[in-house]
Design a protein around this ligand. Structure first.
Ligand code: ZN
Ligand code: FE
Length: 239
C-alpha cells in the first residue's frame, strides 16, 4: 500500500483544511469543508479531484463548502449519524465503531461527543492518522490509540492551549519546551499541526489528571481523576 498524501492549509481565520489523497486509487477526501476557495486551490495545485468529504460535526465552520464542492465534484459526503439533519448534502452516516474503506485504507469512526453531541473522529488505522475537529473533549477516549498516531485537529489553537497548560502544569519540562516551540512556530506564521498522541500524553493536562505535580499544583491530591479533570475543564472554559 502506498502511503497517503496530505495537504494542510488554512481556511477562514483559524480552521485547517486537510486533503487526504490515495495515490493508488486517485481518491481524495476533504476532512471537513470549512471554506470553498482554499480547498479548491489546494485540490487544483495538487491535481486532485475531491471524491469525498469526511465531516466531523455540524458547525458552520466545518460544513459551509459541502454543497458547493458536491456540486462541482459529485463527491460523497460522510458524517455523524447523530447530526445527520444538520449536515448539508450528507450521503452516508457513521456511528461509533463503524468502519469503511478509503481505497484499501481502513477508516474507523470514533464518536467523541463533547464539542457537539454527535462529533466523530476518523481514524485511518493502518496509516496511524487521526482527524478530529476538537481534541480537548475526546482525548481520554483516544488515549488508547498508539502513541505515534499523528493527530490532525480542526483549528490552530495550539498556542492558547499551551499557555493554558502551563497554568496547570508549570514545572513540566516537556511542556515548557513544547510551548517555546509553538511560540516560535506561530511567530513565524507556521502551523503546529499535526501533533501525536504520545506528545499529548506528555504535555496535555487533560490527559494528565493522575499526575502528582498537577494535583499538587491544583491542591487536589486526594481527589479522583474525574474531579481533577473537571477542575481543569472548568479552568479551561474560563481561560
Ligand atoms: Zn465546532
Ligand atoms: Fe470549528
Amino acid at each position: 500500500m502506498k502511503p497517503l498524501e496530505l495537504d494542510v492549509f488554512l481556511c477562514r481565520t483559524d480552521n485547517f483544511g486537510v486533503l487526504v489523497h490515495d495515490p493508488e486509487t486517485g481518491l481524495t477526501a476533504a476532512i471537513d469543508a470549512p471554506e470553498e476557495a482554499p480547498i479548491l486551490e489546494a485540490a487544483t495545485r495538487r491535481g486532485w479531484k475531491i471524491s469525498h468529504i469526511f465531516t466531523t460535526h455540524h458547525h458552520t465552520d466545518h460544513v459551509s463548502a459541502n454543497l458547493a464542492l458536491k456540486e462541482q465534484f459529485g463527491c460523497e459526503i460522510i458524517g455523524p449519524i447523530n447530526e445527520a439533519v444538520a449536515i448539508p448534502g450528507l450521503d452516508r452516516t457513521m456511528a461509533d465503531g463503524d468502519s469503511f474503506l478509503f481505497g484499501d485504507h481502513t477508516v474507523k469512526v470514533i464518536e467523541t461527543p463533547g464539542h457537539t453531541a454527535g462529533h466523530i473522529c476518523y481514524h485511518f488505522v493502518d496509516d496511524k492518522l487521526l482527524f478530529a475537529a476538537d481534541m480537548w473533549h475526546s482525548l481520554q477516549k483516544l488515549a488508547v490509540l498508539p502513541d505515534e498516531t499523528a493527530v490532525y485537529f480542526g483549528h490552530e489553537y495550539t498556542l492558547s492551549n499551551a499557555r493554558f497548560a502551563l497554568t496547570i502544569d508549570p514545572d513540566n519540562e516537556r511542556l515548557k519546551s513544547r510551548a517555546a516551540e509553538v511560540e516560535a512556530l506561530r511567530a513565524d506564521g507556521k502551523f503546529t499541526i499535526p501533533t501525536t498522541l504520545g506528545l499529548e500524553k506528555e504535555t496535555n493536562p487533560f490527559l494528565r489528571a493522575a499526575d502528582p505535580a498537577i494535583r499538587r499544583n491544583l491542591i487536589m491530591e486526594g481527589k479522583t481523576n474525574e474531579e481533577v479533570f473537571a477542575e481543569i475543564r472548568k479552568r479551561k472554559d474560563n481561560f
